[in-house]
Design a protein around this ligand. Structure first.
Ligand code: HSE
Length: 298
């Protein structure tokens, strides 16, 4: 018995939602095959496309799978093959795709003892291993699809957010690797009341815009004065790439997750593709390698 999975990439934070908001991309992601085996436990048998550890305890897919089955008393186990397409340290949820894929696939093979939402805490263990922090803003949208809000971490309260049909994301990855743990270490632990007020206003505005299909409000709300100024200095030509996206019709944009990828949201595929061209141009001109994706938010 086996299952073949698409493990989607995700954009976390969406500017004003640091650690609490993420969205799922519909055509960018890894593949994973999970097989039931007579041998107990979890074995990672193959990883293609990335140099990642095969040892179960060191691999995010292995760790989340172990966490998930540890209380189930199974007399069988699973082996996992991972075909990585999302680069580690790219800012579009590479570790989250593996974590979410492993728990989702095993749950299917077990006949769904857990609801999809119940899988999120297990998948968060993978994020803890990968980045030192068990953030849910990549694994939750990877598992649930679309936009997802982490209303609270303790207790965990995950809310799926409606979003407009024609919303497209453009994500460009300048080919440098930025570890989430490093990108978190540049952050300050305190914000001012003024910053908190601005952030709350934008996050409320973004959620409202998503629910009411108000594209202009979505665009106005994509701001971040807390994290973006500290992280954007780590990303080549961040300001120019974002500016080009907006000049070419994007509603707004920012750092994808912890970077270095930069995202823009647009109304309609055509605009998202035009935005992709404009963003690419910046790296073309400086001869920097990049990868670019246009994807429906799904
Ligand atoms: N919210 C996390 C961060 C996402 O910004 O560090 C990492 O992908």
């Amino acid at each position: 018995e086996e299952i073949k999975l698409f493990c989607p990439a995700t954009i976390a934070n969406l500017s004003c939602g640091f650690d609490v908001l993420g969205l799922c991309l519909d055509n960018v992601g890894d593949e994973m095959i999970i097989r039931k085996t007579s041998e107990k436990g979890i074995k990672i048998t193959k990883i293609v496309g990335a140099d990642l550890p095969l040892e179960t305890e060191k691999n995010v897919a292995g760790v989340v799978a172990l966490a998930m089955i540890s209380n189930l008393n199974l007399d069988f186990g699973f082996e996992i093959e991972i075909y990585k397409k999302i680069k580690a340290g790219s800012g579009i949820g590479s570790s989250a795709a593996s974590s979410a894929g492993a728990v989702f696939g095993i749950n299917e093979l077990l006949g769904r003892p857990f609801s999809t939402k119940d899988l999120i805490p297990f998948a968060m263990e993978g994020e803890k291993l990968a980045s030192g922090s068990a953030h849910a803003d990549n694994v939750a949208p990877a598992l649930l699809g679309g936009f997802v809000l982490v209303r609270s971490y303790s207790p965990l309260d995950i809310i799926k957010i409606k979003s407009p049909e024609e919303l497209y994301a453009t994500v460009i990855h300048p080919q440098i690797e930025l570890k989430t743990s490093d990108a978190r270490s540049v952050l300050k632990q305190n914000v001012t009341l003024k910053q908190a007020v601005i952030q709350c206003g934008n996050l409320g505005g973004l959620i409202s815009g998503l629910y009411t299909n108000d594209y202009d409000l979505i665009g106005r709300s994509l701001n971040d004065e807390i994290v973006e100024p500290l992280r954007s200095v780590l990303i080549p030509k961040f300001d120019l790439v974002k500016q080009k996206a907006i000049e070419n019709g994007a509603l707004g944009g920012g750092i994808s997750g912890s970077g270095p990828s930069i995202f823009a949201l647009s109304k309609g595929k055509e605009t998202a593709e035009k935005v992709a061209k404009a963003m690419s141009q910046v790296y073309e001109e400086m001869n920097l390698k990049y990868e670019i994706h246009v994807s429906k938010v799904n």
